[in-house]
Each structure stands twice: as C-alpha cells, then as structure tokens.
Design a protein around this ligand. Structure first.
Ligand code: NDP
Length: 354
C-alpha cells in the first residue's frame, strides 16, 4: 500500500510502498479517506518536534485523519463506519495510569507515543490499524471534513481546561482574542465567535489575504501585530477576557498577560523553539496576582474532546470549510500538501472517498 513518510535521509514527504497492516485483537483495520496537514507536520519534517519509532528508518506522517472501518475484527465497530482516530497510544503497547484513567492527553513524556508525531507511525497511508477505543465515530454527512475533528478537539480541550480555572466565581466573559491566523487559529476563532460578544484575531499579514478574508467573514476584528503588539491590545481595542495563543511565537505567551482583562484567562497552544529574550518578570508576576489572571498550557486531546469536536464539525458553515481547505491532493502529488505560502491554509491528502 502507499504511505507518505519521512526518512532519516530526507526532510521532505516521501511516497513509500509498505505492507498493509493486520489488526491485532482489539484493533480494527481502517481504510483512510483523508489526512490533514498542520504546523506540527512541518515541525516533524524539519526535525524540530517529535521523533521516529524506535529503530525505524522512516516514520509514516499524519495525525489528522478520517477513514472507514474496513475490518472491524470483532471490536464491535461496523464495517463501513466513518471514524476519526485519536493520536496518543500506549508506549510499546503497555498501559499506564494515564491510559487506564482515559487521560493519555495528560501523560508526561515517555508515557505515550503520538501517531505520526513521536515514536509511532501516523495515518498517511491507504490503511491503518487502531485500537477500537481510540476510533471516534463521525457522521457520514461530514466524512469529507472528518480530518478536522482532531484540530477541533485540541480547542475543545483547551477551552474546557481554561474555563475550568474560572469556575469558582461568576465569570462573565464578553471578549476573546485568538493569536494566530493559521488553520487552528481560524477554526478556533469561528468557535469563539459563537460564544463571545466580540472577537479579535491577531496576524501579521497585509490585506488582501485569504485568512484575513475569513476573519472578516466570521465577523471578527483583524489585528495586525506589526501595528498593534499583543500587549497593547487593551489600549487600542479592549482588554480581553480570553486569549487563545496559536502562533508558537514565544513573546506572545508573556504579552498575553498584559492583553488580558481582570480575571481573564489565557491559554497557550504554540510549540516554540528555545528562544532567549528579555521580559519584565516582576510586572508579569504582579499583573497575574493582583488581577486574578490565569495562564495555562495545553497539548493534545482525547476521546471526549473528539466527541465534542464531532458536534462542532457538524455546525461549521459550508463557506468556512470551502475557504479553509485550500489544497486536496492525491498521495502521488503530496508535495502540494506541504507547500507553504500565504494562500495555503489547510492542505489535505486524499487516499480514497466513501
Ligand atoms: P500555523 O503555522 O499554520 O499558524 C501559525 C500562525 O501564526 C500563522 O498564520 C502565522 O502567520 C501566525 N503568526 C506567527 N507569528 C506571529 C506573530 N508574531 N504575529 C502574528 N501572527 C503570527 O500553525 P497551526 O495553526 O497549525 O498551529 C498553531 C500553533 O499551535 C503551532 O505552533 C502548532 O505547533 C501548535 N499546535 C499545538 C497543539 C497543541 O496540542 N498544543 C496542536 C496543534 C498545533 P504567518 O503565516 O503570516 O507567518
């Protein structure tokens, strides 16, 4: 079968031929429909994030997938059922307390692998196997966009964890700001626009630009970080009740504290490289304490977040799905899915259709 992988000798995606996998007991065989590409895949390719499976000379890419159950293999799933796979798996197949609790997304390094990211092959293949417990049903009507369940689930978890910090008091948020106009930022912006009176999205692009067009269409305010740095949002626009960082630009983590209103919460998603720079730590510490602010980090997601994401996916408007997906390519022309540029938002590799 065809797979898209990265080898130790090359940092570009390669079309490789590998044997079709056979499901172990408890696993189903899934025929892949589509696999999305995101910032993390680029980081895996350039070696700044993740790592190969032990002893392997290549790693199959891809962690945002949707497929159809080909062989249920006695798992209780049905042949033909559309599913989206979660990403974290037991290291060497051995369970631990995080998997037993159903919280692998909270496991520390070494207590998990991630399909297509760290220590395990991904889903960019004609077929993949997975424990049935980690395959979340997706309605057929949204199968074409089922690869968005994974990125949406990242935000479902981020929001759940961020809001949980505000539960002890009567928090009445009105304004939210997303930092970053990549695919994760734009999907999140649409989600937040459904909840908040006023939303903002920070980028660093000139108009005309397809991502800024989406921000306008969502009904949000575009903020150019070259004109208004994140810590000046309160003076130029307003202090934010919620900030969602999806740039990976490390100064944003600290500028978020200034951007927040009294009692606000900022959630950090970006995965920056090491970078030393100066910050006024005293003022940040003071600001967080005296104004009851909260800054949290979050990574990955699990089954309940995938289930929430399936609900959200069904609500996404058709125009947004059309505008977000800028490339659909077959495995033979996979480079198109990894070509970056201002007109590329979400690229997808299509292996098959329903
Ligand atoms: P992208 O690279 O597609 O998007 C990042 C966006 O941030 C780009 O649009 C970029 O603009 C913008 N940006 C970067 N620096 C600045 C700046 N200084 N001012 C304004 N805008 C800026 O990534 P994704 O949308 O896929 O993901 C976003 C981040 O979240 C990444 O760091 C990714 O690694 C991380 N991530 C984290 C997950 C988690 O579980 N924590 C899961 C998935 C992703 P431009 O294109 O113009 O350069």
């Amino acid at each position: 079968m065809k797979v898209i992988g990265v080898t130790r000798d090359d940092d570009g995606p390669q079309l490789l031929e590998r044997e079709r996998p056979s499901p172990d007991p408890g696993e189903a065989l899934v025929r892949t429909l589509r696999v999305g590409v995101d910032g993390t895949d680029h980081e895996v390719l350039n070696g700044s994030h993740g790592g190969f499976p032990d002893g392997a000379d290549h790693m199959v890419l891809g962690h945002e997938a949707v497929g159809v159950v080909e062989e249920p293999n006695g798992t209780g799933l049905e042949a033909g059922q559309v599913v989206a796979p979660t990403v974290r798996r037991k290291p060497n197949g051995e369970t631990n307390e995080y998997f037993r609790r159903g919280e692998p997304d909270m496991a520390p390094d070494g207590e998990y692998t991630e399909r297509g990211i760290v220590g395990d092959h991904g889903f960019m293949a004609e077929y993949f196997t997975s424990p049935a417990d980690f395959l979340v049903p997706v309605p057929e009507a949204v199968a074409d966009y089922g690869f968005l369940v994974e990125p949406l689930s990242i935000t479902e978890k981020a929001n759940e964890h961020a809001y949980a910090t505000r539960e002890p008091f009567d928090w009445r948020p009105e304004s939210a700001c997303v930092l970053g106009n990549g695919s994760l930022g734009l999907l999140t912006l649409w989600m937040l626009e459904q909840e908040y009176d006023r939303t903002y999205c920070v980028g660093r692009r000139d108009r005309p630009d397809p991502t800024v067009d989406i921000i306008d269409e969502i009904g949000s305010t575009y903020v150019d970080s070259r004109e208004t740095p994140v810590d000046e949002l309160p003076e130029t626009y307003e202090a934010m009740d919620y900030v969602y960082e999806a740039t990976g630009f490390a100064p944003h983590a600290f500028q978020t504290v200034k951007a927040l209103d009294q009692n606000g919460v900022g959630v950090l998603l970006g995965i920056p490289e090491p970078w030393e720079f100066e910050v006024d730590g005293g003022s940040l510490h003071n600001e967080i304490v005296l104004h009851n602010k909260c800054l949290i980090g979050t990574v990955n997601s699990h089954v309940s977040h995938f289930e929430d994401a399936v609900e959200t996916l069904q609500d996404l408007p058709e125009w947004l799905l059309d505008d977000l997906v800028t490339t659909v390519t077959d495995p033979e022309h996979v480079e198109a899915a990894f070509t970056d540029g201002d007109d590329q938002i979400k690229a997808v590799v299509e292996f098959d259709s329903l």
